[in-house]
Write a protein that binds this ligand. Structure first.
Ligand code: MN
Length: 129
């Protein structure tokens, strides 16, 4: 699965650097944005294989970003995965309702993180083929 591109939209610098490091080490090309509006424009321009989306981000929240990506035929195929500390009952469902294909809770479970990302990408590619 090397060389697939993941766009990480995350406003917490430490989390962003951690995710960027782990995914780069695993062979992914990593793009990043720190707010929803710029993240959406990077997604539209670069068409990554996956958007890893913090839900609590400035400018436009992650639920809105997911809905925009899934509502546009040009970006609807991108695998959108919520990455969030929102773990209250209902948050997960709300992420799926807004179009997310997967949900990973923070703090990250590092030993399993790359495997989860790869599994979600494979599921998304299987749906498309
Ligand atoms: Mn955040």
């Amino acid at each position: 699965m090397a060389n697939e591109t993941v766009l990480v939209i995350e406003d917490n610098f430490d989390n962003l650097e951690l995710v960027r490091f782990v995914l780069s080490q695993a062979g992914f090309a990593v793009l990043s944005a720190t707010d929803g509006r710029s993240g959406l424009s990077v997604a539209r321009e670069k068409l990554p294989d996956m958007v890893l989306l913090d839900l609590s981000i400035p400018e436009m929240d992650g639920w809105q970003v997911a809905a925009q990506l899934k509502g546009d035929p040009a970006t609807a195929h991108i695998c959108v995965v919520a990455l969030t500390g929102h773990t209250l009952p209902g948050d997960r469902q709300r992420a799926f309702d807004s179009g997310c294909d997967g949900y990973i809770s923070k703090p990250l479970d590092l030993p399993n993180f790359v495997g989860e990302i790869q599994a979600l990408l494979q599921q998304s590619q299987a749906r498309r083929s």
